[in-house]
Structure formats: structure tokens, C-alpha cells
Design a protein around this ligand. Structure first.
Ligand code: AMP
Ligand code: ZN
Length: 461
């Protein structure tokens, strides 16, 4: 398998630290608001990475943190006149609920920053003892000048990076790239006791502690959106390098942005749709399809037209699947056509998670299922394979699709099905049955009209 490693800017062969095991960390949300559909791209993509490794037989440990203490949470708490912990708890619950609705499998562990405060303090102390941190007025900074590998992840010159990241002027720091490990508290803010006085941790340290606690000092894959490469991931990695001389992760994977008219969808630009709102209009599988039909590193422009097309495309896969009882597929039968398609699926996924290629294989399976000229066991085997491979991308989960969005689609599908049977009756000149179907549909408020182009139907309001 090849994975594009942000660190080396090249596709590399994936070699796990421990055979048959994957240790994966992806940055989770800061919980001060409902997450938007751009964040959902990151969460869905790393869910697929996890699912694919599981499909390959790996034992996966997937850690995704929840940042439940941060300036933005405190600001939101002030705006809503609540305690920061109430805001964090409410939006953490909303995050878990919306992730579930998007068909994201719960990660193995979802630690929260406030639960590991003592470990965070211990890590900062260790950095200070090793000469990588300095304290000024109760603030503790990482001394980037002491670490000669600083900048090795993001690659570019630090000055360029800083210009891009708009780092706030701070006269306490020795160098503008030095970052906060511990922040002295201002009056009224939540505090924790520490060797440097009352305060709270910096975001970059939280992720190091939560990842290392569950995955070890160095693990396989660290992921997040491309905006996190600098400074967040650079600074996470700097702390790991300082502590052990080993990088935090071997492979760094970053998804591209979901854009709106060319700009990154973000809370600060206020050009976002929450995942919760989009889920009222489209089922989760349509959202997943929308993202997965493009390569994860390419930017995607948000478009309702594409979302509608994605919805139709997954319905197409579902309707193929509904034609065959996949559980009836004989266990032992091997079909070379199906195996070839499965190989194509894996080739796509093994090439740096080319999910678009993998999806093309799902449609090949669907066309085998639809082809009534082919023998039934082959079509059943295709259905079985479609179900299995589709699940790797998170499709066909029964618990998805809330009733209010799936039911009208199902009704349309059922009406079409009944009309197909009526056409068969008419072809057999069974006018009595054909009329009975028409009349019964009419009683349900469904009007049908026969025309040379076929039968049209409409709902009589
Ligand atoms: P945040 O809560 O802002 O830290 O974001 C959570 C995750 O969503 C991170 O991995 C971000 O990199 C990612 N993310 C944020 N905005 C976007 C976007 N517009 N498109 C894709 N990923 C994003
Ligand atoms: Zn992080």
C-alpha cells in the first residue's frame, strides 16, 4: 500500500511499526459549536482509512481527541452566559451524535483534554527539564531554537510559515515560532494548578499527550486537514522529537479542504453549513459519496447539485443491491469476474486511498447484479461483494438514513416497482389486473397516466 506522506511529500510504501497492527491518530474537534460539513470531510476520510485497514485484517487502534478547553470555548461560554464545561459537554455530545449520524464508526478511544491535565503538566515539565521550554510570567513556551529538526514536517522555511499562519506578536517569546505549552490564566478563566502557577495547556501539547498515551511515543499515522500541518502538527512533532528523538508519527496524512466559492469552509469566514443541517437535506451516504468520489487530497467545492447527484448515485447502488439476496450467495463459489473487480477496488485504495477508483468498482458490481442475462449465483456473489466493499466506504449501514429523508425515496422506488409489474400485466393482456393496480394506486392518491413513452405517475394532493 502506498500513502502520500506530507513529511516527505511523496507516496511511500506503508510499513506498520508492528506487523498486522495500525496505530492511527486524527485530530478531533474543538467543541464550541456544531461542526461543519468541511470538518466532516476530515472525520469521514479518517473513518474510511480505519475501515479499510480493518478490511485488510489489521487490528486498528484509532484515537481521535476532543479538545474541550480552548479560547474559543471560553468565548462561547461568555456569549451564552454559561460555564465553559457546560458548553464543551453540550457540543461534545452534539459532535458524537452527528458523527454517528454520518455513519462514522466510533474510534477506539476518544479522550478529552481536561481528563489528562496531570499528564499534560508532566509532559511540559519534562520538556522544561530537558531544556526545550522556558517560562515567562506564568506562560511556558517551547524553545524552537533548541530543536534543530524544527520545521522538518512542514518543510518550508519557518519565516514563510509564520507569515501564512499570522502568528500574533508576543514580546515574551525568544523567537516568533516558539509556541505556548502552558498559558497563565486571566481572571475569570478556568484554571488548573501547575508548577508555573494557575493556567491551562496549549492545544499542541494536548494532542501529543492524548495520542502517546494510547498509541505509544511513536505511532503509524497521524492525520487531519491540510490546515493543521503548520503550526499544529509541526508543533506536536517538535515536542515528540524533543522528548525522545523520534517523530510522533511515521506517516502524516492530510485531507484537502472543502471550499465554498474557492474559500475554505470555516467558522471564521461564516461560509459554513453544519453537518447537522446538511443531514436534514441529504442522507449520510450521499454526503459520504460526495466526498469519497473525489481524491481526499484534492480540494472540493461545496455544491448542492453535486450533493443531489451523489444522492442519486448511492440510491443507484442501493437499488442494485435490493435486486439480489446476497446472503444466498454460495460460500464456496469463486467468480473470477468478481475477484478481478475486488482487486481493482483494492488497487484503488492501495494507491493512496483513491476512493474514486474504488467507487467505480462498486458500479461494476452493480451492473453485474442488474444484468438478468447472467446466472443468479454470479449476481448473488456480486451483491455480496458490493455489500462488503461498500461497507469499507461506510455505505449500506442500516442505522443510517433517518426516516424522514429515506422514506419518500423508498415510496418512489416502490411505486416504480408496482408500475413495472403493471406493465408486465398489460404485456400479458391482463387488463383486469392492470386496472386494479391503477385503481388501488388512485385510492392512495397516486394518479397514473399511460402514454407512448411509458407510464407517468403523480401524487394527487
Ligand atoms: P477544527 O475543529 O477546526 O480543529 O477542525 C477539525 C478537523 O476538520 C481538522 O482536521 C481540520 O483540519 C478539518 N477541517 C477544518 N475545516 C475544513 C475544511 N473546510 N475542509 C476540510 N477539512 C477541514
Ligand atoms: Zn491535534
Amino acid at each position: 500500500m502506498k500513502i502520500y506522506n506530507t513529511k516527505t511529500r511523496s507516496k511511500e510504501d506503508f510499513i506498520p511499526l508492528e506487523a498486522g497492527k495500525l496505530k492511527l491518530y486524527a485530530c478531533g474537534p474543538t467543541v464550541y459549536n456544531y461542526f461543519h460539513i468541511g470538518n466532516a470531510r476530515a472525520f469521514i476520510f479518517f473513518d474510511v482509512v480505519r475501515r479499510y485497514f480493518e478490511y485488510l485484517g489489521y487490528e486498528v487502534s484509532y484515537v481521535q481527541n476532543i479538545t474541550d478547553i480552548d479560547d474559543k470555548i471560553i468565548e462561547q461560554a461568555i456569549a451564552e452566559n454559561k460555564d465553559f464545561s457546560q458548553i464543551a459537554a453540550y457540543y461534545a455530545d452534539a459532535f458524537l451524535e452527528d458523527s454517528r449520524r454520518l455513519g462514522i464508526k466510533p474510534p477506539t478511544v476518544q479522550p478529552r483534554a481536561t481528563e489528562v491535565m496531570q499528564e499534560i503538566i508532566a509532559l511540559i515539565k519534562e520538556l522544561e527539564d530537558k531544556g526545550f521550554a522556558y517560562e515567562v510570567n506564568g506562560n511556558v513556551y517551547f524553545d524552537t531554537g533548541v530543536l534543530d529538526t524544527y520545521g522538518s514536517l512542514s518543510g518550508k522555511k519557518i519565516e514563510e510559515q509564520l507569515a501564512g499562519a499570522r502568528v500574533i506578536e508576543n514580546t515574551e517569546k525568544k523567537h516568533p515560532a516558539d509556541f505556548t505549552l502552558w498559558k497563565a490564566s486571566k481572571p475569570g478563566e478556568p484554571v488548573w494548578q501547575s508548577p508555573w502557577g494557575e493556567g491551562r495547556p496549549g492545544w499542541h501539547t494536548e494532542c501529543v499527550v492524548m495520542s502517546q498515551q494510547h498509541l505509544g511515543r511513536s505511532f503509524d499515522i497521524h492525520g487531519g486537514g491540510i490546515d493543521l500541518v503548520f503550526p499544529h502538527h509541526e508543533n506536536e512533532n517538535a515536542q515528540a522529537m524533543a522528548l525522545s528523538g523520534k517523530p510522533l508519527a511515521r506517516y502524516w496524512m492530510h485531507n484537502g479542504f472543502l471550499n465554498v466559492d474557492g474559500d475554505k469552509m470555516s467558522k471564521s469566514l461564516k461560509n459554513f453549513f453544519t453537518a447537522r443541517d446538511i443531514l436534514k437535506e441529504y442522507p449520510a451516504e450521499a454526503i459520504r459519496f460526495f466526498f469519497l468520489s473525489k481524491h481526499y487530497r484534492s480540494p472540493i467545492d461545496f455544491s448542492k447539485e453535486l450533493m443531489t447527484e451523489s444522492h442519486k448515485a448511492v440510491q443507484n447502488l442501493h437499488s442494485a443491491l435490493a435486486l439480489m439476496d446476497e446472503s444466498a450467495a454460495p460460500e464456496s463459489t469463486e467468480h473470477s469476474e468478481i475477484q478481478a473487480i475486488e482487486t481493482k477496488f483494492r488497487d484503488g485504495m492501495n494507491d493512496d486511498f483513491n476512493t474514486a477508483k474504488a467507487i467505480a468498482s462498486l458500479f461494476e458490481l452493480a451492473s453485474i447484479i442488474r444484468n438478468s442475462k447472467l446466472e443468479t449465483p454470479l449476481r448473488q456473489a456480486a451483491a455480496k461483494s458490493l455489500l462488503e466493499l461498500g461497507s469499507v466506504l461506510g455505505f449500506f449501514q442500516e442505522e443510517l438514513a433517518p426516516a424522514e429523508t429515506s422514506l419518500p425515496d423508498l415510496s418512489a422506488y416502490l411505486i416504480e416497482m408496482i408500475l413495472r409489474y403493471r406493465s408486465e400485466a398489460r404485456a400479458n393482456k391482463d387488463w383486469a389486473l392492470s386496472d386494479r393496480i391503477r385503481d388501488e394506486l388512485k385510492e392512495l392518491g397516486i394518479e397514473i397516466k399511460d402514454s407512448p413513452e411509458g407510464t407517468k405517475w403523480s401524487i394527487n394532493k
